[in-house]
Design a protein around this ligand. Sequence first.
Ligand SMILES: [Mg+2]
Length: 498
Amino acid sequence: MPTYEDSDFGVDTPLSPTSVKPNGQSLPQGSPSQNLPIPGDDGEGPIEVPATRNSVSEAAKYMHNLSVSPSMKERRGSRNSFGASLPIPRSKRQSRLSSVHYPEGTTADGRPARPGMPPIQPTRELLASQIQDVESDKVKKAKNMAFAFDIDGVLVHGDRLIPEGKRALEILNGDNELGIKIPHIFLTNGSGKPEKARCEQLSKILHNPVSTEQFIQSHTPMSALAEYYNTVLVVGGEGFKCREVAELYGFKDIVVPNDIVAWDETIAPYRHFSPWERASAKPRDFSKCNIEAILVFSDSRDYATDMQIIMDLLRSENGRLGTIAKDPVTSRIPIYFSQGDMLCPTEHWTPRMSQGTFRIGLEAMYKALTGADLERVVYGKPEAATYKYADEIMTSWMEQLHGEEKLPENIYMVGDNPASDIVGGNMYGWNTCLVRTGVFQGGENDEQNPANFGVFPNVLEAVQTALKKQLGSDFKMHFDETINPVLHGEKHDAAAII
Ligand SMILES: [Mg+2]
């Protein structure tokens, strides 16, 4: 990991309040020029021409408030009140995409599969249901709580398991004194793959079953937009994966930037278009069709091409390439981003830019080119729509697990990023748990967005603490298969009488 010494920046050199260039012009304190030899001062080499434009970035004046402040200007009539609301699907609609994935070599109840052998008798389920009959108070409490887990930095690092994550999920999947499943969902700003593929991958890494019905990635709620728009441009992600995602969401007519480049390569003058990309693109005459909305699903793999095409469309007459609108606002098509994170931790030693910075670049470009603010919608944590959708998913997951379609009252969000997981959870009235296995590396709690339930070394500690708070400090995080449910009940009753 490369590091920089202070001396790399020359700050250890004592500076006089002002220094004077050989030509007599004074320089402000700290100007790098005072430590650099200036070629040309001796009458040889390059000539330095004074700048006529401000050297300070102009981006700030091009950007508007990054929270919810859509332009109030009249927009063309749309079924979607663009900018003022974020459509999300009703939970039941999820079921058409649903599938559950179990870790390899296990069955639905987590037992090892025994190829060629008779199935193991479900004694554990019987025993658990007998215990649950006796412990009805505790069962009621267990059904009135739920967890929402961020994934990266909480349960996994990329493709690597955080070991405590596996154990935490085992407890919630029934390895507890009641043998009961405690509802939990996964709520990530990750993107770029169909939910099914991501759940398959996660279940292998976590060694626990992960269903698409308990899983929300940043663009999952954007499936609702399929009811609003017919022809959409889908941006971001590897290869054509996001086209596949949009197809699964029910979008009818999907265009990706490569389709447009294949139609007219001059639109992206710096693009090297590979034969494979050309072969898999679906070009058509885009001067004859209107793209109705732009959906940025995942991180752009080619900022230059994607920004150029997005800007062309935003400035066009109702999304028709080859036109430039007279009024950039009234005929502008809507643009949606699946999440707003500025940075994303990767293998690199310092986090890489994500959709948030890509969006700010577009906002500044748009303002610079048109003079108007870019109205846009950003999904993902910490946007309320994502949490509202999480409620919908949690409610339907409760029905799957316990046959009760209701939202538990005590919801715990476990995340590593105060700026998305925690601030969003706090705003939405959830209990928030910040873990130290990811982005957050601070002191007692985050100063800007403190977790209201506490800071924990890892997800297992957070889950155990929440379970003890709701179910009693003596709640056991292990299912005892040798227990006699009848005696267990008598003991319990006796204790209650005392
Ligand atoms: Mg995270």
